[in-house]
Design a protein around this ligand. Structure first.
Ligand code: ZN
Length: 498
């Protein structure tokens, strides 16, 4: 349900004033009682006057206004303003209203004309491995365990380094900014390099330092990985854009001791814990054989499931597992494209939604997708749910958009500050062109966002009030240099798997 153009807050005082004055004029021929009413109203006007913004009063100076587009707020009533405008001051949204109301109340240092575009909250990618864009298309059409053990782990063993992570994260950040992603959750190695590159690009990230049982590029033992994670958390805790996190890779790549130590570390510093859960049937078989439990049950038994936990995939779960998830309330990162490409299975998203669990959308790493386009992820999330349930009514466009915005914010425990365009929230928003042939005509903006829009249609990307891209010109990264560096690094990747 959406109201078109609610009564604008900023124009309310002048309307009220107009009504009041007409009462005062009318009172000249009215009864003594009316004089009393008029006097009370005049006193009220006098008392309220200093607090009332009006066309005559000084407009509030703000840093940025985005105006003229169809504003899909994603607020509690899923209100759409057509046209609408968003006023931003510093890092935060201060008002969302009609263009006239925003113009009357705010004087902007910079104004972005979004006519012909849809303005919406920035998309939140709840699961990826950013530097893996450098392995994009390296090995396709394989089962997860083959793909990991024959290609990805060997390629990583030979090429993962601080430099690889820097080059890869810049490429991923460029792709995310260009396709409307404003925040992402990540799990990889040398996460401090990812954090620095993310901050430089201006994106927001919940970034998890990977903890894994076998020797990897940035840690020879799990103890070393845990120590690294603690250093990483201390270095970035409190950063306005980076939320340092603990990321034990998975249940089948870590022993019990490592998993419980990872959970303890996350609790000690009150940071998110990111992990893969129940991605494949193989994982269920392994955990059942070794631990006599389901992956979800085992994770709960070790104390890893809680509201600060974000689990990726959660494909292979029983109804009892869903009861566990309802009890522990972790966020769930649904990765429809990766799950389809690796034939991992279909996550029971409709059951998660029915249980009111916090479901966000993820692309997973670009080696299993093969891009970071969240518009495509929305579309595939909707289509996959429909075909899996033999029901075209499930995961409608609005629900898919919810997962990519407010649902992702909820999954990350950040829905009070992100995920919708509302005063007081962080100014993470995008403006998307609706003028392509395939977008013509437009009846329903939310339908178009999910079913015909592509990442390339994004014109403007704003994070924390800062314009990262305007009219497709990225301001925080040198596009040509980022792409040249990635192509150069690809030669090393090619040699590694030869
Ligand atoms: Zn993953």
């Amino acid at each position: 349900m959406r109201a078109q153009g609610r009564s604008p807050v900023a124009s309310r005082p002048s309307t009220w004033l107009g009504t009041t004055l007409s009462v005062v004029e009318g009172s000249q021929v009215a009864s003594p009682k009316s004089y009393v009413v008029a006097a009370v109203l005049l006193v009220s006007i006098f008392l309220l006057a200093p607090a009332m913004p009006s066309a005559q009063a000084a407009r509030r100076r703000v840093t940025l206004v985005v105006t003229g587009g169809i504003v899909v707020t994603q607020n509690a009533t899923r209100q759409v303003l057509n046209p609408g405008a968003v006023a931003i001051d510093g890092a935060d949204i201060v008002a969302v209203d009609t263009p006239q109301a925003i113009l009357a109340g705010y004087d902007a240092a910079e104004t972005i004309d979004a006519r012909g575009q849809v303005v919406l909250p920035g998309l939140i990618n709840t699961h990826t491995h950013a530097p893996m864009v450098l392995y994009r298309g390296l090995a396709d059409d394989l089962a997860l365990m083959d793909w990991l053990q024959k290609y990805i782990f060997p390629a990583e063993a030979k090429t993962v380094s601080p430099e690889m992570v820097r080059v890869g994260t810049r490429l991923a950040a460029l792709e995310m900014i260009e396709s409307g992603t404003t925040m992402y959750a990540d799990m990889y190695y040398f996460e401090e390099e990812i954090a620095k590159a993310t901050r430089e690009a201006g994106l927001r990230g919940a970034l998890g330092q990977t903890i894994i049982q076998f020797p990897v590029a940035d840690a020879k033992t799990p103890a070393e990985a845990l120590a690294r994670t603690e250093v990483f958390i201390k270095a970035f805790k409190g950063d306005p854009l980076i939320i340092p996190s603990v990321a034990p890779h998975a249940l089948y790549t870590n022993d019990r001791e490592t998993l419980t130590a990872a959970a303890a570390l996350a609790r000690q510093y009150d940071v998110p814990l990111l992990t893969h859960l129940a991605e494949t049937k193989d994982e269920v078989d392994i955990i059942r054989k070794d631990r006599q439990n389901t992956p979800t049950g085992y994770l709960e038994s070790l104390g890893l499931l809680g509201p600060k936990t974000l689990v990726a995939h959660a494909v292979w779960v029983s109804d009892d597992d869903i009861e566990i998830l309802k009890r522990r309330l972790p966020g769930i990162a649904h990765n429809p494209e990766s799950n389809m490409k690796l034939a991992s299975g279909v996550a029971p998203v409709t059951k998660y939604l029915a249980a009111n669990l916090a479901v966000g959308l993820g692309t997973d790493g670009a080696a299993s997708n093969n891009d970071l386009d969240m518009f495509e992820a929305m579309r595939q999330a909707s289509f996959l749910a429909k075909v899996a349930n033999h029901d075209p009514t499930v995961v409608p466009a609005q629900v898919a958009l919810d997962m990519a915005t407010i649902g992702g914010a909820r999954a990350l425990g950040m829905d009070k500050v992100l995920g919708s365009l509302e005063p007081g929230k962080h100014a993470d928003l995008i403006a998307v062109s609706m003028s392509a042939t395939r977008q013509t005509p437009i009846y329903e903006p939310v339908s178009h966002l999910v079913y015909v829009t592509r990442g390339d249609d994004v014109r403007t990307t704003i994070v924390n009030g800062k314009v990262l891209m305007k009219d497709r010109q990225v301001r925080t990264l040198n596009r040509a240099a980022v792409i040249a560096d990635a192509n150069k690094f690809a030669e090393r990747v090619r040699a590694a798997v030869r």
